[in-house]
Design a protein around this ligand. Structure first.
Ligand SMILES: Nc1nc2c(ncn2[C@@H]2O[C@H](COP(=O)(O)OP(=O)(O)OP(=O)(O)O)[C@@H](O)[C@H]2O)c(=O)[nH]1
Length: 215
């Protein structure tokens, strides 16, 4: 579903529309990074993005068609800025074949499930495997259990998320797009895990990875 309008672009805060296969880039202290959200329909991907970018929540959001794009820049304490170029993919099965367009070359993948839905947790595991096979080898992956405000309906234990993430070298967090709980923390934690500019300069002198292109 979509917490706003749908493809091609419901965002403000960005200059022009990038190509989905443009990986990201940098200059000395400004990192531009392509981030893709994947997960079952209705887990709250669009709402997470809307909360992060605009500070809003839409309880009556619509299904995302294809994908949508928004961007948001955050500043870290070391004065690095990270501009997230966010591709919010459609979770409905009929759009599954489009996903590689969006995750190819992504530096970050945020894989979302709904803590009230074991099916969505299985689907998240499918996406992790898919990215392990076909994503960038150095992709930063985050596993997100959303709708953490619905504790009384919880069907996926925190421990299940934690253990799966640990086994797969992912960062794990539970969020609520509704209450805003852990939404900023999710993106800040991702930003901290990105290669720093000094690492990127090293890449530039050797082999340029697909997720680090000239800004
Ligand atoms: N209680 C609660 N509801 C949420 C939360 N996040 C999203 N929702 C609701 O869940 C429904 C689906 O949210 P969306 O963000 O549209 O889901 P989506 O993952 O983008 O779905 P697709 O576009 O089909 O892939 C909407 O009714 C939202 O209001 C949350 O954190 N808590």
């Amino acid at each position: 579903m979509g917490c706003g309008s749908s493809f091609p672009d419901r965002g403000s805060r960005h200059m022009g529309r990038p190509h989905p296969e443009d990986g990201g880039g940098h200059d000395a202290r400004n990192i531009r990074v392509k981030l893709v959200l994947l997960g079952d329909s209705g887990v709250g991907k669009s709402c997470i993005v809307l909360r992060f970018v605009r500070g809003q929540f839409d309880a009556t959001s619509k299904v995302t068609v294809g994908a949508s794009f928004l961007s948001q820049t955050i500043a870290l304490q070391d004065s690095t800025t990270v501009k997230f170029e966010i591709w919010d993919t459609a979770g409905q099965e009929r759009y599954a074949a489009l996903a590689p367009l969006y995750y190819r070359g992504a530096a970050v993948a945020v894989i979302v499930y709904d803590i009230t839905s074991p099916e969505s947790f299985s689907k998240a595991q499918y996406w992790v495997k898919e990215l392990q096979k076909h994503g960038s080898p150095d992709i930063v992956m985050a596993l997100v259990g959303n709708k953490a405000d619905l504790q009384e309906k919880r069907e996926v234990a925190v421990q299940d998320g934690t253990e799966y993430a640990e086994k797969n070298g992912m960062f794990f967090i539970e969020t609520s797009a509704k209450t805003a709980d852990n939404i900023n923390e999710l993106f800040e934690e991702i930003a901290k895990r990105l290669p720093r500019p000094s690492d990127i300069v090293d890449y530039a002198t050797s082999k340029l990875p697909p997720d680090v292109l000239a800004a």
